[in-house]
Design a protein around this ligand. Structure first.
Ligand SMILES: [Zn+2]
Length: 302
């Protein structure tokens, strides 16, 4: 059994997956959740071990993959995690002292890419795919030659913090400074948060769900804004095509559940690609909220 853990701000989810014959697909043998203990690092570590123990009671563990906020710095310590008790800790080292199986860690976008590449929306891609999360923020997981691109600075896939391509204030709204320090990051426009922000600046305060409800009611302002959003997303994804040219692009995160995105963005994509006849398909993820925990379990398979 291979095990995936998804560590979030409110809960830790563990899953045990078992291979089904030789099809390349996996069945879920057990799912176990515990609340994330954030009071201190040792309580946190205990809650992680509790999930692993519960999963281990359903079969022998071959490996553990962890999808987690933040990243591991070059000195092995956690950084940038919103479960802040983790930061500055040798989390993986501490787990390895307690559990004698291979342990790996990656961020949520990498896990989404892996999950969909292994047995989801990108399972027919041979060597490459890019998974883009459009949710609270915007990040991506890049698989090239069947391997995740993390990079020298652990910045592989951080396309959400490139500037929005072809940005103009007339079209896209007033310049905006991102929390990362850069101006007009794509994330500020194409994340679900960004979609709500740009609409609220132009018309009245509304979040992405409220705007899509207005679109369904035929509100012309919401329809025009959704069309602009799809154009912004097409520009952002065309940059991925021009740079990496993956076999397929899979979308995840809250905005990926808006079905009208796919035909709309697909129709606009080739306005911005270098070759105007690009065949790249933009598709919805298959595994939804389970992508994080499933992708984590697959970390050892690449
Ligand atoms: Zn940024």
């Amino acid at each position: 059994m291979i095990v995936g853990l998804d560590i979030g701000g409110t809960k830790i989810e563990g899953v045990g997956l078992v291979k089904v014959g030789e099809t390349g697909e996996y069945n879920t043998a057990i799912v176990h959740r515990e609340p994330t203990e954030k009071g201190c690092y040792h309580d946190f570590l205990d809650s992680v071990l509790k999930v692993i123990d519960a999963v281990a009671s359903h079969g022998e563990i071959e490996s553990i993959g962890i999808g987690c906020c933040g990243s591991v710095s070059t000195d092995g310590l956690m950084q940038g995690a919103n479960v802040t008790v983790l930061n500055g800790r040798d989390f993986i080292g501490d787990l390895r002292q307690r559990i004698d199986v291979p342990i790996a860690i990656a961020n949520d976008a990498d896990c989404l890419a892996l999950s969909e590449f292994q047995d989801g929306a990108a399972m027919h891609a041979e060597r490459s795919c890019v998974a883009v999360i459009i949710g609270t923020g915007c990040g991506s997981g890049v698989i090239i030659n069947k391997g995740i691109v993390t990079g020298l600075n652990k910045l592989g896939g951080e396309m959400g913090h490139n500037p929005l391509p072809n940005y103009s204030p007339e079209q896209d709204g007033a310049p905006v400074k991102c929390y990362c320090g850069s101006m007009n990051c794509a994330e500020s426009f194409v994340s679900g948060t960004g979609f709500g922000r740009t609409f609220s600046e132009k018309y009245f305060s509304a979040d992405s769900k409220a705007i899509m409800a207005l679109v369904a009611q035929g509100d012309s302002r919401a329809i025009a804004h959704f069309d602009l959003y799809c154009d912004q997303l097409a520009r952002t994804l065309a940059n991925i095509v021009n740079f990496v040219d993956p076999e397929i692009i899979v979308l995840g995160g809250g905005m990926s559940n808006v079905d009208a995105i796919y035909p709309n963005v697909q129709a606009k994509l080739n306005q911005y690609t270098f070759n105007k006849a690009a065949k790249t398909k933009i598709v919805k993820n298959v595994h939804g909220d389970s992508s994080g925990v499933r992708g984590a379990a697959f970390l050892h398979l690449l």
